[in-house]
Design a protein around this ligand. Structure first.
Ligand code: ATP
Length: 229
């Protein structure tokens, strides 16, 4: 489990995270929702130790982040970090050289799943296919937790649907996934848990199945109540 407890983060005098707390379980998809600038990316970076926090605690399976945590957790940024002139195959070789926990079998499965040709240069791919390669490169690391920043942002509906399908397939296995988004519609059915953020605070944290069962509400219903009371 990832536990974020009372975390604050300032950039200069600006308080970007103002005491946020939530948990994300292994085997579940947790979605951080909020409009631009509420601190979603900063939260992911804080969990990964990529940005230092001012106060609070972050635990991964009960332990504070150490060097060995990087064998457990990975971050998929909202834009691909590979050079555009690389082919997909070269990007995969780069990853497998760099990371011991690269899983080529899963990479091959995902290439087939996304109908991608490994010899294509990243610069020749559509925006949707670049997003798929970016996801593939992160998902092929054998880690327990995957943090993804806006995996559905700015891509066409068919690519979004295909990426969404990965989350319900065996390819995600029983990992813990945290994704950020400001656009819930396409992915509501995939999500186990929702964390609604606004201006560096968590307004509400809930389990989607429980709220549907106990109160008959969809994620969008709850968002309306919380953001437009
Ligand atoms: N390195 C930084 N230095 C200064 N301010 C920053 C830095 N990184 C983020 N911020 C500010 O912190 C606030 C939260 O940014 P963050 O990227 O976490 O928001 P977000 O919810 O992920 O938004 P988006 O959906 O636009 O990515 C913003 O006002 C942003 O300008």
């Amino acid at each position: 489990m990832i536990e974020v407890k009372n975390v604050t983060k300032k950039f200069g005098r600006k308080k970007v995270l103002n005491g946020i707390s939530f948990t994300a379980n292994k085997g579940e998809i947790t979605c951080l929702i909020g409009i631009n600038g509420v601190g979603k990316t900063t939260t992911l970076k804080a969990i990964l130790g990529l940005t230092p926090i001012n106060s609070g605690t972050i635990l991964i399976d009960g332990e504070k982040l150490t060097k060995s945590s990087y064998e457990k957790i990975t971050f998929i940024p909202d834009a691909i970090t590979m050079l555009p002139q690389m082919t997909i195959r070269e990007a995969m070789v780069f990853m497998s050289d760099f990371y011991q926990n690269w899983n080529q079998k899963r990479a091959d499965d995902l290439l087939t799943f996304f109908k991608l040709d490994r010899h294509t240069r990243i610069s020749d791919l559509s925006k949707g296919n670049v997003a798929k390669v970016n996801l593939l490169l992160g998902l092929c690391l054998d880690v327990d937790y995957v943090l993804m920043d806006e995996p559905f942002s700015g891509i066409d509906i068919f690519s979004r649907e295909q990426i969404a399908e990965v989350f319900t397939s065996h390819l995600i296995e029983d990992r813990g996934v945290i994704i950020t988004t400001h656009e819930i519609n396409d992915i509501e059915h995939l999500i186990d848990k929702v964390v609604l953020m606004d201006n560096g605070v968590v307004l509400k944290e809930f389990n989607t199945e429980e709220i549907r069962f106990s109160e008959g509400k969809s994620v969008v219903d709850v968002m309306r109540e919380v953001y437009q009371p």
